[in-house]
Write a protein of this length. Structure first.
Length: 435
């Protein structure tokens, strides 16, 4: 039996075994009705809050009706609260796990929707209150001193004069993909990610994607899932793209990241089970922590051990015209830089809580995340747009990794890790359910 067949068989058993017993059919019917009302509320809030609906591939008539008769924010908040109360009175104890997860998912998603409405109505929340309300999780708090050891290690490793941030920027310039080589490098990266993912996961036969290069965006890349297994992946070329970002973005936005996550939910939950709540993806919701966290952890799953460095040395570095002999030292530096990830959360927390202004937030990112001034400015622009969403990347990755490893999906058992990862992507599990 191949690894792929083992993973597919385990996933099929998980889904089939979860079919609702007759005694729970009435509750399942009630959930189905609630799910339809939930989808329409998400679409309605999307009219008031452009960008709230990240993807929708349900009945077109629902969107048309909402566009023609959009309820007020007050009406949306009232119905969301009523639906949440109805769900909270349901008793699914003893039901199959996936039905319990569905109930919990709908309840938390409705709570997040209500919180988003309150924010649009002017309610002020702290960074941590907002992240808890919208994403079902709170990131740890770290003082500036938490990052000092990593910065000292980089100080010793990086050559030249000037501040650590300046020397890091100069070092990283050596590994920027030339603009005229970006497309072949990115295509080679995503082809490899896709090939590796398909060995382990049963993807829809007609799944596909298209890549576009764009400018003037607050993010570095974005996956726009269109339904029917199709995604538009956009890569922002405002700032130089380093060689490591090719695999990062290919995995994160494509395989086994956002594209695969959405395709799995559509296939297994929206299509096969008829759970319409998975025909819509509200961006500011607990679903996003699972999406971003799994997309980041998926890089490790896809390229275990030294496989990433070996592939990049053999394929991507030559395609980009960068000396492969420099790969080892580059990734020693990149590993240390990744340890500074939570510095971005601290900048966002202090900035959004009003304790520092924009200039101070950018300086914090330069001093403690070692970003260039240009990247720090772009990150604050991202924070302005998406606010507490920033926790979904690093905290999400940590929660997903810990969850999968606790279930035996460790680096020394890659088959089990792929199996646990696949089940997570095809289930309605919440951030609080990962802890």
């Amino acid at each position: 039996m191949t690894i792929r067949h083992a993973v597919v068989g385990a996933l099929a058993a998980f889904l089939i075994a979860a079919a609702p017993p007759a005694e729970y059919q009435g509750l399942e019917d009630e959930l189905n009705m609630t799910a339809e009302r939930y989808v329409k509320l998400v679409l309605a809030l999307g009219v008031h809050d452009p960008g709230y609906v990240d993807a929708y591939y349900g009945p077109e008539a629902w969107q048309t009706d909402i566009d023609a008769n959009t309820p007020s924010l007050e009406a949306i908040a009232g119905e969301a609260a009523d639906l949440k109360k109805e769900l909270e009175r349901l008793d699914y104890r003893g039901a199959e796990e996936i039905l319990q997860l569905r109930l919990q998912y709908l309840t938390k998603q409705l709570g997040a929707l209500g919180a988003r409405v309150m924010m649009l109505q002017g309610k002020k929340m702290t960074f941590d209150e907002e992240s808890k309300a919208l994403y079902d999780a709170v990131a740890p708090t770290h003082p500036a001193s938490y990052f000092d050891a990593t910065i000292r290690a980089l100080d010793e490793l990086l050559p030249g004069d000037g501040s650590v941030s300046e020397r890091l920027a100069k070092f990283q310039e050596e590994f920027v993909i030339p603009r005229d080589r970006l497309d072949p490098v990115f295509n080679a990266a995503i082809d490899e990610c896709r090939k590796r993912t398909k060995v382990h996961m049963d993807l829809p036969d007609d799944e596909n994607f298209r890549v576009e290069y764009v400018n003037d965006k607050p993010w570095s890349a974005y996956n726009w899932y269109k339904g029917n297994g199709y995604s538009l992946i956009q890569v922002n070329t405002d700032l130089p793209i380093r060689i490591s970002r090719a695999i990062d973005l290919a995995c994160h936005e494509g395989y086994p990241g956002h594209h695969v996550y959405n395709a799995m939910l559509e296939k297994h939950l929206a299509r096969e089970r008829g759970w319409v709540e998975f025909s819509v993806y509200p961006l500011y919701s607990p679903q996003s922590l699972i999406a971003e966290g799994s997309a980041n952890f998926g890089i490790e799953v896809t390229f275990p051990g030294n496989e990433r460095i070996e592939f990049e040395k053999e394929v991507l570095f030559p395609l980009a015209g960068i000396d492969p002999a420099r790969a080892e030292v580059y990734y020693r530096v990149e590993e240390l830089v990744s340890d500074l990830g939570y510095a971005g959360n601290e900048a966002a927390r202090e900035y959004l809580d009003g304790k520092i202004d924009r200039a101070e937030a950018e300086k914090w990112l330069v001093d403690h995340a070692l970003m260039t001034e240009e990247r720090a400015a772009q990150r604050v622009r991202f924070i302005d747009t998406y606010r507490a969403y920033v926790i979904n990347y690093n905290l999400g990755q940590d929660l997903v990794r810990n969850y999968i490893e606790k279930r035996g999906g460790t680096s020394d058992d890659p088959e089990r890790r792929w199996r646990e990862f696949t089940e997570l992507l095809a289930s309605p599990r919440l951030p609080s359910g990962l802890q």
